[in-house]
Design a protein around this ligand. Structure first.
Ligand code: ADP
Ligand code: ZN
Length: 649
């Protein structure tokens, strides 16, 4: 898409005549237009939404009034409007600092498609394009300018900004200032310079990372002592959280994709580059449109895969956690983890990339004993002092507690971020409550077996220990003489799978240790209390391990699951139309219209441009550009329906 700069009415002038000194078309000013009214006008006309969400309006009022703000909102909460609208209603240009160069292009495309004068400056541009953007900025023809921090901080750029009019500074992904987080960007530490240079220009720091520690770091390091905090609930009610015992993870994943998310876009996270490559290839072999993404791939391959994921419908990205920050794609319908995340923070950020559009989405994780062993080994091998390792271990323990809970997953997640809530009704444990039982006796049987082997100076992995418990006279049991142990066969009442679930849960709770190198079991300092009967052990029954048939499984989270067939059909036609339009314009499909918008079109079936304008996400610019196309698809559908029905003659 060509540069949108130049004279002509700005988006806000169309939205709220009289703002910014533009004459009213009929020469008569209406009652005074307050910035608040102007913001409402922009929301409706430019973005096509009826109401602000949560505290968006408060942030906007505060910033338009000159205040600084720290905005903590979950992914998909609607942070962008908090700085985009103040940039549109005021004089000057909103300067947006974003760490992800690769995504600026799409962000700016999305804005220009909505009729906003936006540009970016980064290293991917040629000289001419950059010069045009700089000229537009200096001429006051840009409402929003996106920059990476390193570019912003260069003396030339600071000088350029000084020659124009910054309206505000929005520091996106503000958690990048945190040295403890995995997204740390040293340049973020230098962003305090903005305040020194432009003390009167409001600043907003925005992030979806919720912990109190990160929050405090943002305020301190970006020098925002007087900023007002806006902290939203971090609940993502449309995401269904599910954590399954790992059995045959690929088959489990494929079932999820085929049964619940055929043709949907999604992300599959794997721990290692090798497993990313293998999983992507395997899925592709199963007919899934899957692509790999990790830091070891050629830069151009990465860029191409990311672009396909963003631009097309229904691509599944198999990736390490190197992928995802700043991905704005609103219609990611599932995020699957084939390996255990290192922390609840990481898990919540990664799963948060699902369902930004508010439509149903799935967060699915497969987890097993090997994951615990692997993560503990990684911590053991990690560089850093004991304190650092202890912190990593605490993060992992919180993640394991989430995996093993019999309570509501969402409740536990939110309480981890300091938020109270009731059981949610939309997670696996709410939908299909696992039972828990007093596992003290099985735990004692298991620990005693481990003790007895250890007394002989021998340590074994889970397979052999379970064989002894179940009284199996395997070759190994025979040759080692383990049938003579007093615990031989005392665990015949549980199946292999059930014993493995017991082992996993004891290891997760640190009541049983696993030697990282050879995966052999040993006691921990906490085991003794269990053996002495001083500590009760509650365990959960894994539905799968116990071999019980699943009760009513979680309902599929497909975006069209609750649409009547005819509407779902129209929705698919609209998506096909959108794919064509997007391809022709070289835009990501969601930039044309979000799924949520097409869904509303499919159910409300507008037949006039006026009716179409009333649908969420349809602003003036998009109505002009795409209105006729959408109505064509809808009425084409209507005609087809008449043909099927009663003869109209
Ligand atoms: P975040 O940056 O917080 O992850 P975005 O700003 O990308 O979230 O917004 C998430 C989605 O919600 C986008 O699709 C956006 O268009 C939509 N959205 C934001 N504000 C509103 C609103 N007031 N009404 C309807 N949809 C909104
Ligand atoms: Zn729940």
């Amino acid at each position: 898409m060509g540069p949108p700069y130049g004279p002509g009415p700005t988006a806000v002038e169309r939205a709220a005549p009289g703002v910014g000194g533009v004459p009213y078309s009929d020469g008569v000013p209406p009652a005074t237009v307050t910035p608040h009214d102007a913001a409402n006008g922009v929301l409706r006309t430019v973005f096509g939404y009826d109401e602000f969400r949560g505290f968006q309006a408060d942030v906007i009022d505060h910033v338009v009034g000159g205040g600084d703000a720290v905005v903590l909102m979950p992914t998909g909460g609607g942070k962008s409007l908090c700085y985009q609208i103040p940039s549109l209603v005021g004089e000057g240009t909103g300067i947006v600092v974003s760490p992800l160069i690769a995504l600026m292009h799409d962000q700016v495309d999305a804005l220009t498609t909505a009729g906003v004068r936006a540009g970016y400056l980064n290293s991917t541009q040629g000289y001419d394009e950059r010069a045009a953007t700089e000229r537009a900025y200096l001429a006051g023809e840009l409402d929003l300018l996106y920059l990476a921090p390193e570019r912003l901080l260069s003396p030339e750029t600071l000088d350029l900004l000084g020659r124009g009019t910054p309206a505000l500074f929005a520091i996106d992904e503000a958690h990048c200032v945190s040295q403890w987080g995995h997204d740390f960007r040293p340049e973020y530490l230098r962003l305090a310079v903005l305040h020194e240079r432009w003390p009167g220009v409001p600043r907003l720091a925005l992030t979806a990372t919720a912990t109190a520690a990160t929050h405090a770091e943002i305020r301190a390091r970006l020098q925002l002592p007087d900023a007002r905090d806006f902290v939203a609930s971090f609940d993502r009610p449309n995401i269904q959280y599910r954590i399954a015992p790992k059995d045959n993870p690929r088959a489990q994943l494929l079932t999820l994709l085929r049964d619940e998310h055929p043709g949907d876009a999604g992300i599959v996270y794997c721990l290692t580059r090798a497993s990313v490559d293998e999983t992507a290839a395997w899925l592709a072999g199963q007919g899934v449109d899957a692509l790999p993404y990790h830091a070891g791939l050629d830069r151009s391959v990465r860029a191409r895969n990311q672009a396909r994921f963003a631009r097309e419908d229904g691509v599944v990205m198999v990736a390490t956690i190197a992928f995802g920050m700043g991905i704005d794609k609103p219609d990611v319908r599932f995020v699957a983890h084939l390996d255990l995340p290192k922390s609840v923070e990481g898990y919540y950020q990664e799963t948060g990339r699902a369902g930004r559009d508010g439509l149903p989405a799935t967060a699915w994780l497969a987890y097993g004993l090997a994951d615990v062993v692997q993560q503990r080994r990684l911590i053991e091998m990690s560089e850093g002092d004991e304190q650092h390792k202890r912190r990593l271990a605490q993060h992992l323990d919180a993640m394991l507690a989430l995996c093993e809970t019999v309570g509501c997953r969402r409740q536990q997640l939110l309480s981890y971020f300091g938020e109270g809530s009731a059981p949610c009704g939309n997670c696996d444990t709410c939908l299909n409550p696992p039972s828990s039982y007093d596992g003290t006796v099985p735990a004692q049987k298991l620990l005693s077996t481990v003790v007895r082997l250890d007394q002989r100076g021998q340590r074994y992995g889970v397979g052999h220990v379970v064989d002894v418990l179940r009284g199996k006279t395997t070759e190994r049991v025979r040759s080692l003489g383990h049938a003579e142990l007093s615990t031989f066969g005392i665990g015949a009442d549980l199946s292999d799978g059930e014993w493995r679930a017991v082992v996993r849960q004891l290891v997760a709770a640190r009541l049983l240790g696993v030697e990282p190198e050879h995966s052999t079991l040993h006691l921990t300092p906490d085991s003794a209390a269990v053996l002495r009967g001083e500590r009760e052990v509650r365990l959960r029954h894994d539905a799968a391990a116990a071999g019980r048939s699943r009760r009513a499984g979680p309902k599929p989270a497909k975006a069209t699951a609750d649409l009547p067939a005819a509407d779902a059909d129209l929705f698919e036609r609209l998506r096909a139309w959108r794919a064509g339009v997007a391809r022709e314009a070289g835009l990501p499909a969601y930039v044309v219209f979000h799924d949520a918008t097409l869904r509303e079109v499919a159910t409300r079936r507008p037949t006039t441009l006026d009716e179409l304008a009333g649908i969420g996400g349809v602003g003036t610019a998009k109505l002009d550009r795409y209105g006729a196309g959408v109505l064509g698809v809808v009425t084409g559908e209507a005609v087809a329906k008449d043909d099927d029905g009663v003869d109209p003659s």
